[in-house]
Write a protein that binds this ligand. Structure first.
Ligand SMILES: Cc1ncc(COP(=O)(O)O)c(C=O)c1O
Length: 458
């Protein structure tokens, strides 16, 4: 009978299966969980599983998921004006944000800002600015650097080939030079920092003599802490050496703090630790704690070399994202977030180095613990260093002899989200900067158990 009611229960909807069928396959994925809600350091799935989040959505929710002050500011902005188009008029929400943002930028010369949505867009904006301002075409990037997956940023990325592989032709005019990272030189972990800096600066000098002349080079673009390249902080001597080379040749220094910025490393921006002045600073991710917002900052003199109309974008500096970002900066100041970063960083480094030195099977797997603040990488001792650049343990388990993906899987089994990074055998800790002492202790316990489980199997 048409329309007859039957007492059978409706079939349960498998959201992950739906996603697998209808969401682009090009997206790699750590788990098949379907995230439905999140608060602070925890994410809850549609199946009611509560996971401890040591990823912060890849360094985005630095104040924890759904920080009440940030969510409230965004909600209030939603009832005021949501789309305040920047090519049509000034946005009050943007101006209110900039009044908070300018004082926390790492150098007083950074007094002119262009806001956009994603990190990759901001990278493109910086390169566009550098080319327009210097009238030179080329950009030097670091081996191991990651700047995004759009066509231009995939061209600038040197952390793994997967981001550009099969997608050519990529943007031309990009040259790579060495980063002071022992694994990229094939050197032992205890190679003195001065030696790595000397080698990397020598390579940069040669790059400018053998690959791209300074007269053709607009900018050197670098992450002061390699992210997708292995969580490797650049020594201050390297950063000041690069600054000197830029000054000598009239090349702009572009610092990508998309991942290392917004309190992640213990300072608002990592570059502050070296005192080096960027010509252009790029920020994104943590700036709006989950709302899409990015930007570049430079001197007004530099930014003014672009013609009006050459920059813009429909959603650039969206008003809701700006209101959220303003609340983020206020929260950093009022809740003394950097104090927690310092305390939790000490706790995490203490735990990891104790584990490394414990003489246990798990501890003996650890080669290096490094990072700054709550941007912490752990590299495993592994003679088979290179791994498949797709970095997807789920897709190609047979090509993953490394330890990092196994430890990550064990952590996920124990309801903790943790990411590996780079072609090297590295896991990275990026917890919310608001993580409590107890939550971090719990994370350390899960990590230790996961390491022990892997060590037993090896
Ligand atoms: C250092 C760095 N630059 C640029 C990007 C690209 O940012 P987005 O993914 O927002 O485009 C990322 C993203 O992970 C990053 O870590």
């Amino acid at each position: 009978m048409p329309g007859a009611w039957t007492a059978t229960a409706p079939p349960t909807f498998d959201a992950a299966a739906f996603g697998e069928q209808h969401i682009a396959r090009g997206i790699g994925r750590l788990t098949k969980h379907v995230f439905e809600e999140a608060r602070g350091s925890f994410v809850t799935t549609d199946q009611g599983v509560r996971l401890l989040d040591m990823t912060s959505g890849i360094g985005v929710v630095n104040l924890g998921h759904c920080h009440p002050r940030v969510s409230a500011a965004a909600a209030a902005q939603c009832s005021k004006i949501t789309h305040s188009q920047i090519n049509i008029g000034y946005s009050a929400a943007q101006i209110a944000l900039l009044r908070e943002l300018l004082p926390i930028l790492p150098h007083p010369t950074l007094d002119s800002v262009f806001l956009w949505n994603s990190g990759a867009e901001a990278i493109e904006a910086a390169v566009k600015l550098a080319r327009a301002a210097t009238k030179k075409p080329n950009v030097v990037v670091m081996q191991g650097g990651y700047h995004g997956r759009t066509n231009a940023t995939a061209s600038l990325t040197r952390s793994k080939t997967i981001y550009g592989e099969g997608h050519g032709p990529l943007m031309s005019g990009v040259f790579a030079t060495a980063f002071p990272y022992y694994a990229q030189f094939g050197l032992p972990v205890d190679t003195p920092e001065e030696e790595l800096v000397r080698l990397a600066l020598l390579q940069l000098d040669m790059t400018l003599q053998q690959q791209t002349s300074p007269s053709d080079t607009a900018a050197i673009l670098l992450e002061p802490v390699l992210g997708e390249g292995g969580y490797v902080p650049a020594p201050p001597a390297f950063l000041s050496g690069v600054r000197d080379i830029c000054d000598k040749h009239g090349i702009l220094l572009i610092i990508d703090e998309v991942q290392s910025g917004m309190g992640r490393t213990g300072n608002m921006f990592f570059i502050e630790q070296s005192g080096v002045r960027p010509d252009v600073l790029i920020f994104a991710k943590g700036i709006a704690n989950g709302f899409p917002l990015s930007g570049i900052a430079s001197s007004k003199e530099l930014m003014d070399r672009q013609k009006p109309g050459s920059m813009g974008g429909t959603y650039a500096g969206n008003a809701v994202a700006c209101a959220a970002a303003k609340a983020v900066i206020e929260t950093f100041r009022e809740d003394k977030i950097l104090d927690n970063v310092a305390a939790r960083s000490q706790q995490l480094f203490g735990f990891l180095t104790d584990l490394q030195n414990s003489g246990s099977k798990a501890g003996d797997l650890i080669e290096d613990v490094r990072g700054s603040g709550l941007m912490v990488g752990l590299q495993f001792k592994n003679p088979a260093l290179q791994r498949d650049s797709s970095n997807s343990a789920a897709q190609q388990p047979q090509s993953q002899p490394q330890i990092a993906p196994q430890v990550v899987n064990e952590c996920v089994e124990r309801d903790m989200l943790l990411l590996s990074t780079s072609i090297f055998d590295v896991v990275r800790f990026i917890p919310p900067l608001t993580i409590t002492e107890d939550e971090l202790r719990m994370a350390c316990g899960i990590f230790k158990e996961s390491m022990e489980a892997v060590a037993e199997r090896l």
